[in-house]
Design a protein around this ligand. Sequence first.
Ligand code: ADP
Ligand code: MG
Length: 691
Amino acid sequence: MRPDILNPLFAETSGLDGVGPKLAKPLERLGLTRLRDLAYHLPERFVSRRALADLDEGSEGEQVIIALTPVEHRAPRMGGRGPYRVLAQDTKGNICALTWFGKAAYTAKKLLPVGETRWVAGRLDRYGDMLQMVHPDHIEEAGAAHLERLNEPVYRLSDGLTQPRVAGLVAQALARLPELPEWIEPGQLAQSGWPAWRDAIHLAHSREHPEARERLAYDELLANSLALLLVKAEGRRRKGQALVGDGALRAKLALPFALTGAQARSITEIEGDMAQDAPMLRLLQGDVGAGKTVVALNAMLIAAEAGKQAALLAPTELLARQHFETLRKMAAPTGVEIALFTGRDKGRARESILMGLLDGSIQMVVGTHAIFQEAVAYRDLGLVVIDEQHRFGVAQRLALAAKGRRAPHTLAMTATPIPRSLTLAQYGEMDVSRLDELPPGRQAIDTRVVAMERIEDVVAGVERHLAGGQQAYWVCPMVRELDGVPDMADIAAAEARYAALKERLGDAVVLVHGQLRPEAKDAAMERFASGAAKLLVATTVIEVGVDVPAATLMVIEQAERFGLAQLHQLRGRVGRGAEKSTCLLLRGAQLSETARARLALMRATQDGFRIAEEDLELRGGGELLGTRQSGDAAFRLASLDQVQRLLPVAHSDARLLMERDGGLTSARGEAARVLLYLFERDWGVQLLRGG
Ligand code: ADP
Ligand code: MG
């Protein structure tokens, strides 16, 4: 249960003064649903203003605050569309134009009565031979309050919110902050110059304060490390079951290829883990095309040999289907019973799978998160394989783990090549197997950057490619998403491209994007996978895992709009067969330095790990981890730079705390529980007795 002390922080923002239904949406978009979220909505930067005695002291482009007295209102002419201007003078009689466009002008009328002095804050620029301020940030009656405007936070906004609005809400939240018990050792606080939690929040909102921000980031990292350690400790406490396979089923596999060294090594590592009482918690990290599926199959067969069931969890229905088909084909000679289970199954089909899982006649199941719904019970689940781990939280993993009478072994697979420095943050203390060797015979993908103006040549090239009997992908960007809903403009662009290509190339073209009904999407994918369709036009829905070895050309439109990790994943769709593959990165005319560097890197290497490392460099320390490119939003406060510096510290501190007080019962342990709830990492605490 959440400690009572946190109740004020978990109060909903809808209860604050001035928050009506109109603000609810924009607040939700920013993730600001609780007072805690407002407290942690730290300013992106601060504007510092200079207080001017008169306009002569100011210069263009400067942020200032100054006392001005309106002398004349100039409304736009009747029906005119010009701005609304108020001419106002300083103490020396210099004139400044205060300018508004659009509806905002009505506020100006009320706020600036002629002859009455006001403090006006904003950015100075020039209008003819006069200084002007366009849309001043603040207009206030004369008084000392203007001093607060000299240094002001700038918050991230969403449509429907303004700076003063957010600042006002933050102020309300800050006024209600409770005192929390300290979870950091006093010695460490003193040594780092870190303020107490409550002070740190206040300071971080009021001015540039590196120590305050660092402390808050550290808190988040500590919470994360602690939670992962709790999960790991729980895994150790809860007995798993040692699964030893006799190799009988694996011997029946008739693979058309020999395993790579890396695959064989990974399987041995997994086999070793599964033979232990303690549940396996292993991450299989391998670039696209490295051959993770066959490793997973081997692990699943070990479970079956030991008389247990295995479940493979895929992030999307499309991938579940594809995994199912692949596994069924590969596993056919072994005779194991394998089923596909998705949320779409209804009626008799659903019942029969549920029965089979309950009585154990189904040995392997592949599916989406539907496989750990309440209604699904297993006879004896021994292994869970999670594909693309980053899409699932640890919480879901635990839900699945709770299904078995004993904790099942877990193998998580990811193609996201995470830099070594960040693996710990993302995956905690999981053991890692790396497939750092591609199957033999893979040819390098010929990658070229082509200017968008040459699109006619590219289309002609695609035409020749298809005429030669090969298949191709054409990817359109779908980068923007609001509230998890794909941007319709992007969908429209993909549809327009599809229409144009279809005109030119005929019925061999199919379209797939995230707004299609699942049946339509699957039908298009199936036509492409079977070779009936030759060109697949798609948004990034094909990013993960689609496997069509006969597709040997990948065209990526507006490649500069994609992140490196995404480009790498997309390119990995080709180069899967024996034929030489090509990837064309179509770029727009305007390229930033970073975009240029990214495309150059794509041309230079195919090594996912190297791309990941350089991606980190290119994005620099300022950007938050929680971007779509990095797969999942691990942290909301800690920047990449802070993660790299502070995570090792937080992690070893968490470990120390767990060693001394694994049950979190000491005073500091209690404080740490508060911390875990504060960051909603309470799935760790709930494993503890009395959590
Ligand atoms: P991943 O899931 O890691 O991206 P897959 O498991 O889909 O990769 O494998 C990619 C392709 O490589 C598949 O067509 C698979 O059959 C093939 N493959 C896997 N292992 C080997 C191997 N050792 N030798 C040759 N081909 C392999
Ligand atoms: Mg795969």
